[in-house]
Design a protein around this ligand. Structure first.
Ligand code: LLP
Length: 419
């Protein structure tokens, strides 16, 4: 079976029908071996720092920790997830980094109290952190003046982006850090998610320029995340050997210029977890509206928001309930249960509903939305009072329930009726 096959009998060796029978639907299923393989792909970098936002399940974080990845976090509770998954708060190479453009009150308290390394994305963060924790090391996230992502909404560089310290203000920020007795020990750039080799190469140039400006205290460079994965058979990905070569050459030039070692970090989210994830749903209605055939499943954009937010394409396969792997192909539109017309998985940017060639299917067949390990479960919501999906991690041939499906009581636990 090719990795893009439209009929799928199993995930990581376990029959899809068995997973659905045991754990119900909709359920995210993660293949641990795929995550490990992806960490291994990046071992040439000194540090692989996983962007927790892509998939923050504690079991996934613990797996990544054991595989040797460190983490990047964006909120107080992401930091607490990393701690709960066994990461130490601090170390020579910080195991947990907090990268953001603001501190809310909780995150500032937590990083000060636990000694979490901070990567500042705004001058205000430098002032606020300096007031609370003088003497500490920080890194600066620099916006190099350009960015690129798979969608305008995932471009995190350039003048229209709120992210990072504007490159022309780097000198002022270094001076501000010095006034606060903060040591700027590294620089970071992340220009967008789902970018390409051309733009990643530009980052190398921009970070080198910034590091030469920042001077001899710079001991670490993070080239950010952004590595694309193939959602379609025709998608191009990045040649990791060539990319590492570029980064490494840049690092060596810096070492030469600065006169000491410079560590090289990469900070992917999507690359490490996207391909490991499968959203398993059940077809609950098959209907014709004029010339359109709809498969309506029990997962919606409350479970996977990428199609409605960005028009993102995900491979879709069918696991036939009767095991018949010879279904003819038809053109179908795949939608969910939500009371909203945008609840369509086969849509393009701008909300254009698109047909997809898929095996003929019936109520009771399972439908698997693939490559959903990154920005899938984490972007789930309770819209229409739908519970968050269950999550399963398959490791060594055993499926582990790593998140129970939410119950009604959990869904309403924070609410109260006055009087
Ligand atoms: N580092 C920083 C500072 C980031 O802001 C991000 C992603 C990453 C690393 C990881 O980027 P990755 O390697 O995953 O491309 N929800 C969107 C993606 C938003 C990414 C936000 N920042 C999506 O579903 O495509």
């Amino acid at each position: 079976m090719s990795s893009f096959s439209m009929l799928r009998a199993e995930i990581a060796g376990i029959p899809v029908l068995e997973l659905a029978r045991r754990f119900g639907t909709p359920t995210f299923v993660y293949d641990a071996s795929m995550i490990r393989r992806r960490v291994d792909d990046l071992r040439r970098f000194d540090t692989v720092r996983y962007a927790v936002k892509a998939c923050s399940n504690l079991a996934v974080l613990a797996l990544l920790r054991r595989a040797g990845a460190l983490v990047d976090t964006v909120s107080a509770f992401e930091i607490r997830r990393a701690l709960a998954a066994g990461y130490q708060p601090a170390g020579d190479v910080p195991p947990i980094v907090y990268t953001a453009d603001i501190f809310d009150h909780d995150s500032l308290e937590l990083v000060v109290e636990r000694g979490i390394h901070v990567n500042c994305g705004s001058p205000d963060m430098i002032h606020q952190y300096g007031d609370r924790a003088p003497g500490r090391n920080i890194t600066l996230r620099v916006n190099p003046g350009f960015g690129h992502g798979h969608s305008r909404k995932t471009n995190t560089g350039g003048p229209q982006s709120k992210h990072g310290i504007w490159h022309e203000q780097l000198c002022d920020c270094l001076a501000a850090a010095q006034r606060h007795d903060l040591n700027v020990t590294g620089l970071h750039m992340h220009i967008g998610s789902g970018t390409d080799m051309e733009h990643l190469a530009q980052v190398c140039g921009a970070i080198e320029k910034a590091a030469l400006e920042a001077g001899p205290e710079i001991r670490s460079i993070s080239v950010g995340g952004g590595l694309p994965i193939a959602y379609r058979e025709t998608d191009t990905t990045v040649d990791l050997g060539a990319y590492f070569g570029l980064c490494d050459a840049m690092r060596k030039r810096l070492e030469e210029a600065l006169g000491h070692a410079v560590a090289l970090e990469i900070e992917p989210g999507r690359y490490l977890v996207a391909e490991s994830g499968f959203l398993v749903a059940e077809i609950r209605a098959v209907k014709h509206q004029a010339d359109n055939l709809f498969y309506l499943v029990d997962a919606g954009f409350n479970n996977l928001a990428r199609p409605v937010l960005y028009g993102s394409y995900h491979p879709i396969s069918i696991a036939p309930a009767d095991g018949d792997m010879t279904r003819p192909e038809v053109e179908a539109i795949v939608g969910g249960p939500l009371c909203e017309s945008g609840d369509i998985f086969t849509q393009e940017e701008g909300g254009i509903v698109a047909k997809r060639r898929l095996p003929r299917a019936a109520v009771g067949d399972l439908l698997v939305i693939e490559r959903t390990g990154a920005y899938g479960a984490v972007m789930g919501s309770n819209y229409n009072s739908k519970p968050l999906a269950a999550e399963i991690l398959i490791d060594g041939g055993t499926p582990h329930l790593v998140r129970r499906r939410q119950t009604f009581e959990e869904l309403t636990a924070d609410e109260s009726i006055p009087g």
